[in-house]
Design a protein around this ligand. Structure first.
Ligand code: GLA
Length: 388
């Protein structure tokens, strides 16, 4: 749990006054529907109780001053509200990109501000600490400037900040989940229309457990953008036969009847993942609504196999974790979650099997990789808000 008191005191120390407001934005875990959010498909994430706090106060001039308790050594970073953006490698690019994207969208963020961030999402875990920083910054800046945004617009602006200013061509899932998550519910989002519904996340005798592989692959950014290009190329080849405007709008039946158009085996695999992952996600939501957690778990396992073999975004460490989970009794389902190439596994485990799960997966992972995995027992939490 992040300490609001520590943040307020550190804010006073750095800026000589108390913050006017504090915004909180959570990280997310995706249950199923991976790499579908830029293919016109559905996703099923939930917000976490881990996240980012942003304390903020208006200034009388046009300066934006930024500090992060996670990057204390960097001290106070200072920018002109309309001046140059921070360097590519700086964490400050996230809040400054959000500020720019807010103004691009006509939100009139005209006051300078002092901002301070603190978070408890493990670094490099793939649980969307960047989306949490973006959403927290957006809420804080909007709060100081008397701007109110509905969640769709908030998520879109934060996604745009990342696409245009940070330079990562991500979909909208992470920002949307952080903005709109709801306690004890999964968020069933249609990424083509941004319509969404909450699905009660009731696991009965089981629990959600996230396992951090602590592996962070440097390839993640470039491979992510490459997957997007491959999906676009596959769609172009399928278009004449399917008339679809997105891979996830093609049903498995139509895909099977049209896949000869994909003369490149890599494109065939990428498209097959998108088509079948969408089908799995729709079935998983039905299973969850019907209380069939076993079926939900089986679909999670299928998702991992597809991400590993067809989409090729898993990695050795995530495969070791999932294999260990699948071999452990009491595990209903397990898969990598998020963009891939490292980060976390999400699993559903019977409550009375959790001790065995932690022991077996923990020791097996240590033996196989030399790394100690971290385990988090979690339940879906609320999305972003101002907290005072
Ligand atoms: C990352 C991106 C999301 C989504 C996932 C994969 O988390 O930020 O938009 O594409 O990967 O599902």
């Amino acid at each position: 749990m992040i300490s609001k008191e520590l943040l307020t005191n550190s804010f006073k120390e750095a800026y000589g006054a108390s913050p006017e407001l504090i915004a909180f934005a959570p990280g997310r875990v995706n249950l199923i529907g991976e790499h579908t959010d830029y293919n016109g498909g559905h996703v099923l994430p939930c917000a976490l109780s881990l996240g980012v706090l942003c304390a903020a106060k208006k200034r009388d001039d046009g300066l934006i001053r930024l500090t992060s308790l996670g990057f204390k050594d960097e001290g106070v970073l200072c920018f002109d509200i309309e001046g140059e953006l921070p360097q590519r490698s700086s964490w400050a690019l996230y809040p400054m990109g959000v500020l720019r994207a807010l103004n691009d969208a006509g939100c009139a963020i005209s006051h300078g501000a002092d901002l301070m961030f603190v978070g408890d999402i493990p670094a490099g875990s793939g649980l969307s600490s960047s989306a949490a920083v973006e959403v927290a910054a957006a809420l804080a800046l909007c709060g100081l400037n008397g701007v109110s945004l509905e969640v769709k617009k908030l998520a879109r602006i934060c996604q745009r900040a990342e696409n245009v200013y940070v330079g990562v061509n991500c979909g909208i899932m992470d920002q949307f989940a952080s903005a709109a998550g709801r306690r004890d519910n999964a968020l069933f989002l249609n990424t083509a229309t941004l319509e969404y519904e909450y699905v009660p996340f009731e696991l009965g005798s089981a629990e959600l457990i996230i396992v951090n592989s602590k592996c962070k692959h440097s390839l993640a950014g470039s491979q992510y953008n490459l997957r997007r290009q491959q999906c676009e190329a596959a769609l172009k080849l399928l278009e004449p036969k399917t008339h679809a405007d997105a891979l996830c709008h093609i049903s498995p039946e139509i895909f099977e009847a049209s896949k000869d158009a994909l003369n490149d085996p890599v494109l065939l695999k990428r498209a097959r993942h998108a088509v079948y992952e969408e089908a799995r996600t729709l079935t998983a939501v039905k299973a969850l609504r019907a209380g069939d957690i076993k079926e939900f778990g089986r679909l999670m396992n299928g998702s991992h196999v597809s991400l590993r073999d067809d989409y090729e975004v898993s990695c050795f460490e995530l495969d070791v974790l999932t294999e260990l989970a699948w071999e452990t009794s009491g595990v209903l389902g397990a898969r990598m979650t998020g963009g891939g190439f490292g980060g976390c596994m999400v699993s559903i485990v019977e409550k009375d099997g959790i001790d065995e799960f932690t022991a077996r997966v923990g020791s097996g992972y240590l033996a196989g990789t030399g790394v100690e995995a971290e385990f988090y027992r979690i339940s879906p939490a609320d999305g972003a808000s101002l907290i005072n």
